[in-house]
Design a protein around this ligand. Structure first.
Ligand SMILES: [Zn+2]
Length: 386
């Protein structure tokens, strides 16, 4: 993975770009940032550092302008008052661009993961040139608005961009050659990544302080995506193809998918498949409306979809034993009033009495862009935190 030119050790000399820090110094900074402030002894304890080493690290971070020392506070960890170090969260910004078939949405976040800037643009033809030109424009606009951009991420479905024709995935509009050229031209690290991976990082990053080491995110839509975190790392896979779990079998006598599977998760629970199975409807919303009105076919079809999601979640629980499972995309509307079917499906494969937390979360169009920005933040800071 390449990095932007950021050779200067201190902010005073660095201009734009995240300063290059020793991996341990970066790790200390990350702990201070995501815990919302820590004392030196707390950081030292978390990273197994000596008092002397930690004193040097805190001095380096302060000299680089990345942290400030707050007042003395009573610390729950030791029961004694200590000087608390805080990250200066407004120093750098991270831009995420979410690619859809007819629209690009951008969000800029600060180090606190707060959205401080956003843009939205309709596009008639989606191609590499259009994506590059918009990123270029937006980086200029962000800089003019006072943002100091340290990284950019372009995210979208790598298999099929939302609303695009079959076969048009993110890598068709942001191929490696373009990503690499953008990185050189823009002078900041640029990532092009699957949006479910971005959403996973968006969910995982703020939870690091709470000790959440693992989670699974399942996004249901026209296609089904899985994001996995183990040992605080998002699992990308040796060939960046981890999380392809949409065609696991979840029913023995279910619907067919185009790949010839019977009862796979895609066939049972993707919105494409649900809509195909109910006569006279074009959208999932119409199926849900019919079901709410008592239509037997629509109700049965949604119940099967919820059951299928439950089985898939059960397999993930068995495989990963995560702290938490997040269900998103169209899951909230599919599972609404059908949690019984979900639980039943899960219990067909997951037999442990206690199960981890399962959250059903709605992400809107801006959240996907914000997730892309989170990916840029997470990658930039975690790059040296191994
Ligand atoms: Zn299938």
């Amino acid at each position: 993975m390449t990095s932007a030119p950021d050779d200067a050790a201190t902010l005073g000399e660095a201009g734009a770009g995240w300063p290059k820090l020793h991996p341990t110094t970066q790790a200390a900074y990350n702990r201070i940032l995501w815990n919302g402030g820590l004392s030196k002894s707390e950081v030292a304890k978390k990273l197994g550092l000596s008092r002397t080493r930690m004193t040097t690290i805190a001095r380096d971070l302060e000299a680089a302008g990345l942290i400030v020392e707050g007042g003395r506070e009573q610390r729950a960890s030791t029961g004694r008052p200590a000087d608390v170090l805080y990250a200066r969260t407004g120093l750098f910004h991270f831009i995420g661009v979410h690619v859809r078939a007819n629209e690009l949405v951008a969000a800029g976040i600060d180090l606190n993961n707060e959205v401080v800037w956003e843009r939205r643009r309709h596009v008639d033809d989606l191609d590499t040139r259009v994506v590059g030109a918009l990123c270029r424009d937006w980086l200029h606009e962000a800089a003019a608005s006072g943002l100091r951009v340290a990284a950019l991420a372009v995210c979208g479905n790598t298999e099929r961009i939302d609303g695009a024709a079959d076969g048009v995935g993110l890598h068709a509009v942001a191929p490696e050659a373009a990503r690499s050229a953008w990185e050189t031209e823009f002078g900041v690290p640029v990532w092009a990544e699957d949006d479910v991976v971005a959403l996973t990082m968006f969910e995982q990053w703020p939870r690091l302080a709470e000790g959440q080491d693992s989670m699974a995110l399942i996004s249901i839509g026209r296609d089904i995506g899985f994001g996995l975190v183990a040992d605080r790392k998002v699992i990308l896979g040796a060939h960046r193809r981890a999380g392809r779990f949409a065609h696991v079998q979840v029913a023995s006598d279910g619907a067919w998918c185009p790949r010839g599977h019977v009862g796979c998760l895609w066939a049972e629970s993707s919105t494409t498949s649900i809509v195909n199975d109910v006569a006279g409807v074009r959208t999932l919303g119409e199926v849900i409306e019919l079901a709410a009105g008592g239509d037997r076919v629509a109700r049965g079809r949604l119940a099967r979809a919820a059951h299928g999601i439950g089985v898939a979640a059960g397999h993930i629980l068995n495989l990963l034993d995560p702290d938490k499972v997040i269900l998103t995309g169209d899951s909230p509307s599919i599972l609404d009033s059908r949690t019984g079917e979900f639980e039943e499906g899960m219990r067909t494969v997951y037999t442990v009495p206690d199960r981890p937390a399962i959250e059903v979360t709605v992400f809107d169009f801006l959240d996907w862009a914000r997730a892309a920005a989170s990916l840029a933040l997470y990658r930039r800071l975690a790059e040296y935190d191994r």
